[in-house]
Design a protein around this ligand. Structure first.
Ligand code: IMP
Ligand code: MG
Length: 185
C-alpha cells in the first residue's frame, strides 16, 4: 500500500537536511511491545495516561490504544516562565483538571533530553499525591541527561542528535511526518 511505505528520502526544513531514522513500522512495532508491557504491569489497576502536549500526542494516541484494559487519558501542557528571585525558569502545568490524587499515573512524553522538563513536571504532579508516577517516553537521550530521571518505559534510546517527526518539531513544523528523521551531520 502506497501510503504505508516509509519515506527513504532526505527532507529539508528551514534549510536543514534530515535523513530517515526510525520508520513508521519500527515505531509501531516498538509501541505495540510497550503497550503489552504496560498492560501487563497495570493489570490490576486503572492507570491514568497523562499526555504532555504538544509533541507527545501521536505517541500517546498509539500507546493508549495498545493498552489492553481499563484506563483513562488526560492532556496537559507545560508553560515556561521566568521565576522571580533565584528559582529561575520553572514550569506551570496547564490543563490538569483531572484529580490525580491516589491515581496510578503514566506520564507520556515524546522525548527526554536534558530531563529538565520531566524533573519539573514530576515535582508539580507529586504535590497532588498520586499513588505512583511512571514515565513512558518514546525517545530518550541518556547522554544529554542532566537530572536524576529514570524513564520506566522507553521506546528508543538515541544519541544526542536533533530529530523531528511523529510529534517532534522544528519550530512548530514537521510534527505530522509519519517517520522520524535525524539532522544530517
Ligand atoms: P528536556 O531537555 O528533557 O527538558 O526536553 C525538553 C523538550 O525539548 C522536549 O519535550 C522536546 O519538546 C524538546 N526536544 C528535545 N530534544 C529534541 C529533539 O531532538 N527534537 C525535537 N525536540 C526536542
Ligand atoms: Mg515535549
Amino acid at each position: 500500500m502506497e501510503h504505508t511505505r516509509p519515506n527513504t528520502e532526505d527532507i529539508v526544513f528551514e534549510g536543514l537536511t534530515f535523513e530517515p531514522y526510525l520508520s513508521r513500522e519500527t515505531i509501531a512495532n516498538r509501541i505495540e511491545q510497550l503497550g503489552k508491557q504496560i498492560s501487563h504491569d497495570y493489570k490490576h489497576t486503572k492507570p491514568l495516561f497523562l499526555c504532555v502536549l504538544t509533541g507527545a500526542f501521536p505517541f500517546a494516541s498509539d500507546l493508549f490504544r495498545e493498552f489492553d484494559g481499563e484506563a483513562e487519558i488526560a492532556f496537559i501542557r507545560l508553560k515556561s516562565y521566568e521565576g522571580t528571585g533565584s528559582t529561575g525558569e520553572i514550569k506551570q502545568v496547564l490543563g490538569l483538571s483531572t484529580n490525580i490524587t491516589d491515581r496510578h499515573v503514566i506520564v507520556v512524553e515524546d522525548i527526554v533530553d536534558t530531563g529538565n522538563t520531566m524533573h519539573n513536571l514530576l515535582k508539580v504532579l507529586k504535590e497532588q499525591n498520586p499513588a505512583d508516577i511512571k514515565i513512558a517516553t518514546l525517545l530518550f537521550k541518556p547522554e544529554a541527561l542532566q537530572r536524576p530521571i529514570k524513564p520506566d518505559y522507553v521506546g528508543f534510546e538515541i544519541p544526542k542528535k536533533f530529530i523531528i517527526g511523529y510529534g517532534l518539531d522544528l519550530d512548530g513544523l514537521a510534527r505530522n511526518l509519519k517517520d522520524i528523521y535525524v539532522l544530517k551531520s
